[in-house]
Design a protein around this ligand. Structure first.
Ligand SMILES: Nc1nc2c(c(=O)[nH]1)N[C@H]1C(S)=C(S)[C@@H](COP(=O)(O)OP(=O)(O)OC[C@H]3O[C@@H](n4cnc5c(=O)[nH]c(N)nc54)[C@H](O)[C@@H]3O)O[C@H]1N2
Ligand SMILES: Nc1nc2c(c(=O)[nH]1)N[C@H]1C(S)=C(S)[C@@H](COP(=O)(O)OP(=O)(O)OC[C@H]3O[C@@H](n4cnc5c(=O)[nH]c(N)nc54)[C@H](O)[C@@H]3O)O[C@H]1N2
Ligand SMILES: [Mo]
Length: 789
């Protein structure tokens, strides 16, 4: 019987030697499997696994309460499962009784692992809903600005993503693809739920062979294609980070001045073109958005901008905008400006033309698999209405009760005392990690389910060991790709690790709702149910799935080619905007939005507009910190996941993350390849190793995310020894509209590291406090488990 498992980075076949030892190999139908995927098995069994439940020593000694620096500093005490679950249940009951469910934060943002039943966040939300509700978080670090902006001016991001043209359509029709932030094949290695065939590299080659011309506007050349051979397929226009809006407005300016804008499309399918054009022509502010104007801002020669405008729209043109552009201060603006530019060109709704957000961001964009709602664990209803925009977590912890704006509404931060996290790593995903460490001291209790001793585990009070996908049965499914995988366990649970479902079931039993949580089903029972519930939905989309037993027997169902070629993105709207209006207020593409203008945010014009970030190369602060730091996605792992694997460690220099610099920027600082440096600003610093590349714009420094946060201790104030760029990034919303994360607006300086060098300790296994220093229950006399007494 074939045996499969699945990860966000691909599907794997499991093979065994004579002794029964397992090994992974890529799914045979995957043309381009990521090499790093093969390291997951070794990484899962290593010494960094959380093997037993563990409690922070200070929490045991002093009971729940602000930790005053103890979180991240104290060691942990290993305990048995009953003790750990009693403590969690007791503390949850205490907080709920004393402060209500608004004091419980269950946002639990993060990618966790593939597999639809063991989806950690769904499990946690189901559990917390049954416990009376929790403070949630909205949207994502990925698309914070886009998900708020786009529904007002175009359509919601899920609908847009599901409708993107497949690669074959692009190969057949697209003749000019203008990419902002490339088409990074390294990012298309991933898809939530389990990437199937990796097609992006081959698709780019096919498009080029069919005569498509690519232009990559980006601070980094190598984000086009595979970063090795394929960048040569594109013309690279280096640009100052965060200035794309000015570039796009100048292109629109030229097209309008030349009379090459699509008047008919703008009249029938857009609203607000007049206001937008007035701005572009400078009739509202006296500044025409000419190529010369944009050249000053972007660093791109005016002549190249003017010439590019003349190339656009002559043949089928597609504008591709990487997600990174909106992960910045005023990150809404480049997305809106790109949409306006595509509207001016007028190819929206034509095959292979218009706008894309974004080929290369994840594997599914460009797939043409049939679309239906996959197997999903019901989460129930959350009676608590309090929420935060996901990236505002530290603000919430610092300022309970403080007002914040979001999508036109005014809200207040709840007073959270208890955080429960499963399947995410805030010390990977959040910005300004030194600030997060301070915020993390404030709540009474932080519970984390983790597989590994990441910084998220090291900064938690109660750490519960979770299994990996390799230790459990599940259903692998990525919404738009067209494969259903019967994931079967590869190895036994490591140490005493349990599935998130089993962990939460244990707490639920102690709180009296165990039966409601599990519904009396075991894992196999759940898998059967979720799968069978999904079959009619698949059927409605034209996919006939076999019964559950046959599915498990076959191991993998591939229906990625079952669907008819999809209609082009927004084709119906193009054909008939009256009967197929967009969900925006006007039913059209909004180039001026009365609603957004009405929110009254300072500086927000109601139409796309270049807005200066506080941190960019044109800011006053650039005199002190003259390099713009890009922290992009890592090529050989998913975020912090698998950072401890051999694949990720092989890319380090003396254990430190590389910082890529232009050779002239390195030379100006007297730096050579491989040298260890301090990358710093007012928020913090990290150790990194210089790597020079002429594929970087001048004035830009680039560090991939994902090095496990490794605070170097009090003698190195605010330093990460390992090279996590989030000690440098700013923790501020893109704007009051979306409050998305603005990691990509960040200025730094780089200098040779002198003086004592902090050792890398991120991968040292924790040293446990050998025996509990105190007797349970808690020393302060308060019973930790009121529900059990
Ligand atoms: N500077 C900067 N910061 C960024 C970004 C950037 O571009 N620049 N990108 C942002 C983006 S787009 C994102 S999506 C975030 C990603 O941030 P995260 O999704 O939080 O990062 P991961 O490292 O994937 O964290 C997942 C954690 O869950 C654990 N885990 C995996 N599977 C399971 C499971 O089944 N159960 C349990 N209990 N745990 C599990 C893993 O060990 C890991 O520690 O980072 C954001 N941060
Ligand atoms: N291997 C791997 N793949 C991943 C992930 C991973 O961790 N590892 N993470 C996944 C996730 S959660 C997400 S959300 C997506 C993220 O997808 P994106 O956000 O699109 O990815 P990034 O790598 O952050 O950025 C893409 C490129 O944009 C360029 N860029 C940055 N700032 C600017 C700018 O101001 N202007 C222009 N023109 N270009 C700019 C950078 O040089 C970078 O190469 O990737 C997914 N894919
Ligand atoms: Mo993301």
């Amino acid at each position: 019987m074939p045996h499969y498992t699945a990860a966000h980075w691909g599907i794997q076949e499991v093979i065994r030697d004579r002794a029964g030892n397992p090994a992974l190999r890529p799914w045979r139908d995957d043309p381009d499997p990521p090499a790093f995927a093969m390291h997951a098995l070794a990484a899962s069994t290593g010494e960094l696994r959380v093997r037993r439940p563990a409690i922070r020593r200070g929490w045991l000694e002093h009971g729940p309460g602000p930790a005053r620096g103890g979180r991240g500093r104290d060691g942990h005490v290993e305990v048995d499962w009953n003790t750990a679950l009693d403590l969690v249940a007791g503390e949850l009951a205490r907080v709920r009784a004393a402060h209500g469910n608004e004091a419980i934060f269950g946002g639990s943002y993060g990618w966790a692992s593939a597999g639809r039943f063991h989806h950690a966040q769904s499990q946690l939300h189901r559990f917390l809903n049954l416990a009376g509700g929790f403070v949630r978080s909205t949207h994502s670090y990925s698309l914070g600005a886009a998900r708020v902006l786009l529904p007002h001016v175009l359509a919601d991001m899920d609908r847009l993503q599901a409708g993107h043209d497949d690669w074959d359509t692009l190969a057949a029709h697209t003749r000019l693809m203008l990419c902002f932030g490339g088409i990074p094949v390294r990012n298309a290695q991933i898809d939530p739920g389990g990437a199937g065939r990796h097609e992006a590299r081959g698709a780019i080659a096919r498009m080029a062979a069919r005569g498509c011309r690519f232009i990559n506007v980006s601070p980094t050349r190598d984000d086009f294609g595979d970063g090795r051979e394929q960048p040569a397929l594109a013309e690279w226009i280096p640009i100052r980070p965060n200035t794309d809006t000015a570039f796009m407005l100048a292109l629109a300016h030229e097209l309008i001045v030349l009379g090459r804008h699509d008047r008919a499309f703008l009249a029938s399918h857009c609203s607000g073109f007049g206001r937008f054009a007035d701005h572009v022509l400078g009739l509202d502010d006296g500044q025409p958005k000419t190529p010369e104007w944009a050249a000053d801002i972007t660093g791109v020669p005016a002549a190249r901008i003017a010439a590019l405008a003349r190339e656009l729209g002559r043949e089928r043109s597609l504008i591709n905008v990487a997600w990174s552009l909106q992960r910045a201060e005023h990150g809404e603006q480049p997305y809106w400006a790109a949409l306006a530019l595509a509207a001016v060109i007028g190819h929206i709704g034509l095959p292979g033309g218009g706008i894309a957000f974004a080929y290369g961001a994840v594997n599914a964009i460009g797939y043409r698999g049939p679309k239906f709602h996959g197997p999903t664990l019901a989460q129930g209803r959350n009676p608590v209405s309090a929420f935060i925009p996901v990236a505002r977590i530290a603000d919430m912890l610092f300022d309970p009760g403080a007002p914040f704006e979001y999508d036109g509404g005014r809200h207040r931060y709840p007073h959270v005392r208890y955080l429960h996290w499963a399947g995410g790593n805030p010390f990977h995903h959040h910005q300004d990690l030194n600030r997060l460490v301070r915020a993390w001291q404030l709540p009474d209790t932080i519970v984390a389910h983790e597989q590994f001793w990441t910084a998220a585990a090291r900064h938690a009070d109660i750490v519960l060991p979770a299994t990996t996908t390799l230790e459990r049965a599940d259903i692998g499914f990525s919404s738009r790709e067209g494969h259903m995988v019967a994931m079967r366990p590869v190895i036994a649970p490591v140490g005493e690790a349990r599935d998130d479902h089993a962990i939460l079931a244990g707490i639920a039993r102690r709180l009296g709702f165990g039966e409601a949580f599990t519904e009396g089903l075991d894992t196999e029972g759940w898998l059967r149910r979720l799968y069978e519930e999904c079959r009619p939905r698949a059927e409605a989309a034209g996919v006939r799935l076999p019964g559950y037993d046959a599915f498990v027997e076959r191991g993998l169902i591939d229906f990625s080619r079952a669907a008819e070629p999809p209609e082009p993105l927004l084709a119906r709207f193009r054909a008939d905007p009256i009967n197929h209006p967009l969900p925006s207020d006007s039913g059209r593409i909004e180039l001026h939005s009365p609603r957004l203008a009405g929110f009254g945010h300072t500086g927000f014009a109601g139409h796309p507009r270049w807005r200066e970030p506080t941190e960019w190369l044109g800011a006053a602060l650039a005199r002190q910190y003259p390099l713009h730091l890009i922290s992009d996605q890592p090529a050989n792992k998913l975020h912090g996941q698998l950072d401890h694997s051999a694949a990720s460690r092989a890319d380090r220099v003396r254990g430190r993350e590389p910082v890529v610099l232009h050779p002239l920027d390195a030379a100006e600082r007297g730096l050579a390849d491989g040298e260890l440096v301090r990358v710093f600003n007012d928020r913090g610093a990290c150790v990194a190793a210089v790597r020079t590349s002429d594929g970087l714009a001048r004035g830009v420094a680039c560090m991939a995310t994902g090095a496990w946060f490794d605070p170097a201790g009090p003698e190195f104030d605010g330093v990460c020894a390992h090279g996590n760029p989030n000690v440098l990034t700013q923790d501020a919303g893109c704007s009051p509209l979306s409050q998305g994360c603005s990691a990509q607006s960040c200025l730094v300086q780089v200098e040779r590291w002198t003086g004592p060098l902090p050792p890398v300790r991120a991968f040292d296994p924790p040293a446990f406090v050998a025996t509990p220093p105190i007797r349970l229950p808690l020393a302060n006399g308060a019973s930790p488990c009121p529900s059990l007494t």
